[in-house]
Design a binder for this molecule. Structure first.
Ligand code: G3P
Length: 226
């Protein structure tokens, strides 16, 4: 992954589904010229439609939940993602939590097979538990659930949580991102000043009248921290 980064999480918003996905991916590719990592976490239902050309550079899976092919009805295997060419995935988002032991096994397998992961944590205490368990993704993302979708940015409403997470990440050499309520370029600037290496954003971009304007304004702030 490239840092600093903006990960746009399309979740399963209607505005980020189907044919609209291409628009976000094109914006992400365009904004990489600013010298920052811009990625788009795409719903599993849309993912395989957009695995061609340069899109491989910006497509994130939102999840995977078993390692191998097999009798796993409804699951998303890591090996299938890799065979499709996916390079990055979120894991353990607040809206798709996982048992920690399973998470460790998935991250270990991803590390050994070459898929980069961003593991979300809902608190510093969850972050510490995963560190203690030996979970070592490409980055952790601290996202207090009560601020998700609220329009109130974690960087302004829970700065102490972000600072604590960054300190823990630094002690173990793992980059930390933050998300939840990040809505403006000022929110991104505040986050970066707390020491994170990037932000995750959903509603403020996906539901915007002009998502490109918001993505660009945030990516421009990130570019100031390269
Ligand atoms: O993964 C990012 C997401 O949970 C944050 O959502 O809508 O608060 O930007 P939102």
């Amino acid at each position: 992954m490239e840092f600093p980064c903006l990960i746009v999480n399309l979740k399963n918003y209607l505005e980020g589904s189907g044919d609209r996905v291409k628009m976000f991916l094109d914006y992400a590719l365009d904004l990489r010229d600013l010298g920052v990592g811009v990625y788009v976490a795409v719903s599993p239902l849309d993912l395989s439609r957009y695995l061609y050309g340069d899109y491989y550079r910006v497509v994130f899976s939102q999840v995977f939940d078993v390692v191998d092919y097999g009798s796993y009805t409804g699951h998303i295997p890591l090996k299938r993602l890799l065979d499709l060419g996916v390079k990055y995935s979120l894991l353990n988002h607040s809206e798709y939590k996982m048992p920690h032991n399973r998470l460790r096994d998935l991250v270990d397998a991803a590390n050994s097979l070459g898929l980069e992961t961003v593991v979300c944590v809902d608190s510093v205490s969850e972050f510490r538990s995963l560190i203690d368990l030996g979970v070592r993704p490409s980055a952790f993302a601290i996202e207090p659930p009560e601020l998700i979708g609220s329009g109130r940015s974690v960087s302004k409403y829970k700065p102490e949580t972000v600072v604590e997470a960054v300190g823990l990440g630094n002690s173990y050499g793992v980059p930390v991102l933050c998300g939840a309520g990040v809505s403006t370029r000022d929110d991104v600037d505040a986050a970066m000043r707390l020491g994170v290496r990037g932000v995750l954003v959903a509603s403020a971009i996906v539901k915007a009248d002009d998502p490109y304007v918001v993505m660009k304004s945030m990516a421009e702030v990130l570019a100031l921290f390269t």
